[in-house]
Design a binder for this molecule. Sequence first.
Ligand SMILES: *Cc1c(COP(=O)(O)O)cnc(C)c1O
Length: 866
Amino acid sequence: MRAIRRFTVRTVLPEPLKALGELAMNLRWSWEPEYQDLFASIDPQTWQDVGHDPVRLLGAVSPERLAELAHDPGFLRRLREAAADLEEYLTGDRWYQSLPDAPRAIAYFSPEFGITAVLPQYSGGLGILAGDHLKTASDLGVPIIGVGLLYHQGYFRQSLSREGWQQERYPVLDPHNMPLTLLREPDGSPATVRVGLSGGIDLLARIWKAQVGRVPLLLLDSDVEENEPYAREVTDRLYGGNSDHRLEQEMLLGIGGVRALRVYCRLTGHPEPEVYHTNEGHAGFLGLERIRELVDDGLTFEEALEAVRAGTVFTTHTPVPAGIDRFGRDQIERYFGGENEVASVPLHKVLELGAETYPGGDPNVFNMAVMGLRLAQRSNGVSTLHGHVSREMFNGLWPGFDAAEVPITSITNGVHASTWVDREVLGLAGMRFGRLLRNGEGDWDLVDQIPDHEIWAVRQRLRAQLVEEVRQRLYASWKQRGASDAELGWVDGVLDPDVLTIGFARRVPSYKRLTLMLRDKDRLRRLLLDEERPIQIVIAGKAHPADDGGKRLIQEMVRFTDSEDVRHRIVFLPDYDMAMAQRLIPGVDVWLNNPLRPLEACGTSGMKAALNGVLNVSILDGWWDEWFDGGNGWAIPSADGVEDPDHRDNLEATALYDLIEHTVAPRFYDRNDRGLPVRWIEMVRHTLRSLGPKVLASRMLKDYVTQLYTPAAWSARAMTADGCAGARALAAWKARVRAAWHEVRIDHVESSGTGETAEIGHALSLRALVSLGQLSPDDVDVQVVYGHVDEHDNLTDTRTESLKAVGQDDGGRYRYEGTVDLDRTGSFGYTVRVLPHHPLLASQAELGLVTLPPIPTGMTDGSALR
Ligand SMILES: *Cc1c(COP(=O)(O)O)cnc(C)c1O
């Protein structure tokens, strides 16, 4: 019989063990090995059985054992130490506390958070990044509040059918049995928020709080009895259901999320956020809710928009147009119009924010990324290359500007060392390397002092541990696939602790090309079975449940790994999750990544590998394009520009085989007389040293704080001080400039000082005559833009210089002057342009307005200079 309800009866801890409760409920344990040891020592077997989950452990351990521990002086001493350590961690000053004028609080919205495997509220890199962001904020003392949804079914657990087809199982989570506390009003009733949906339905949600070190994470949950059955299911699954379902989730996340923040700050006295960071477009509706608040306080929509934009940061994560969240215009009409329309945020304004108003845009579509860009004064991609791709992709929103000037910057992702570095590696150099990684700052020369044999011993141990783990997991998988013990003797001989081990694990969207290595199966077979220099490969990854294409790729892979001749050298492990990643990545020698360039926005698993001294073999995409230096791993040559995808895959697969056969494997098996692969070890050391300081999430978060959060807070303050005087003034100014812009004209440009024989070191004097109509020189910036000229007369590598207004002619036109130093040889060209100018703009492209001279330009000497 199946139970129709389940409860969790929480244990009552004996008084001397009370501190265990707080240690279990604060997720700091998930990145503090000492706390994990303490929990493990309570009951090692149960700790295993509950999947290293402290809350479940405390629920499962017997009262007798607890009574025993309550009188165990050694245990009590360790408990006191851990509790004191946590207290110190939660209250002491950290990096952020030394910054002047930094934001009082920052809200961080994300549809998924990967904090630990026991809180399975993530599906892949986006969520893990969000988890690492919060943990690092905690470590650095950054006052972030996370906002997300609580999905009742965690991300699915994957298994395989006998035929290798992905099977999904959704574990039903019981929030009462998780490290979550329900936010309550002073009278003890659960705190709730309401969000209106289409057809006048009110969606109610309660608010759970996970405590991630110093950082609270609020998770909204629609599974409350007051909701209609249909509404209860809004937070059922991550990325499940149809498009309406997804829209409802995103409305709850964005609109409900802001409301939950308000409740949280009211109940706890936490300062209100000054900055709102939206991790990908899904949470973008948060801007609409903040506009509503300000309009209800007396601002116009446009004024409120300025105030909201100033304090909003938007991070885009996908370079694939198909990967962007888009809704039908009709859906938005149903959900934000009709009975659910609010006067302060009228439907037509909502529609305008998400409209694809650029060439090729679809008038029937509402685009969440486009809305994200319009609602945020500051936006970024997640690697240098992705920033570049994003500026090109969204260039249409800033017509008249070159892609390079599109106001989307980039901050390259990072990973949280304490979560992702194996304890063996943290222990290098007598723990000094671990301290370096965990503090993020210190002397990286330390890495050069770690002796070869110490590095190699750690790599050997990690590989041996992985081999054990793989055998156990493979055995369990085969049992699950219906094999009997008698058929599984061979599993004990799977993988060899001395063979070069390659890892490949990630989600299975097609651009990540799980099966690229299978392009030439015979060649792969030869690499695996090579007599002298064999390789072995461990593979894992989940396909989205609705993605049959991805499941076919998994099946193709599993069928290959099932073949009797190679199954001891290549395995597919089902159910990739954080716990597996934490074991798998450190245990391999090489981490392989072969996405279709440039579709991997950043990628973070390779960063985890680097921090563990694992060498990357990767296509030059995402972060690897930026930080591969020729010696810290290998680049798989990519066939960029080859149009036929099949041909391109063949070329890149061949390049991969060649690289492994001729370079990677020989390097690994090249041993000195003491059996050490000294050149390999040198690459490991170089990887740790060159990539260590860069790939840390502490570097990433400091970049966010200094480059985006703090400027955003300052803008927001400038906008909201004195009853939002700044926002009112900026909105009025923008309206005036937009209305008058059609009158702005560049009437004449001339230059002198070079003649036919321009030479380096000469200066070019420029004069321009500009009509500004109703505007004045204070409203604009008149610039010369100069640089090299390509064969189509386009300027490249441009620089800009503002010209000075020096007077007016009789017709009221303004005379502008300036000089440009010719400090580069080669073809040279320039143009002049007029841009709106206001101190509260974050970028000169912000309004999308620019006036250029008519073509051909008014250059008097005309010639490109040589
Ligand atoms: C790090 C991680 C990812 C992201 O890996 P990519 O290579 O960036 O796709 C996905 N899933 C899990 C479980 C991870 O630990």
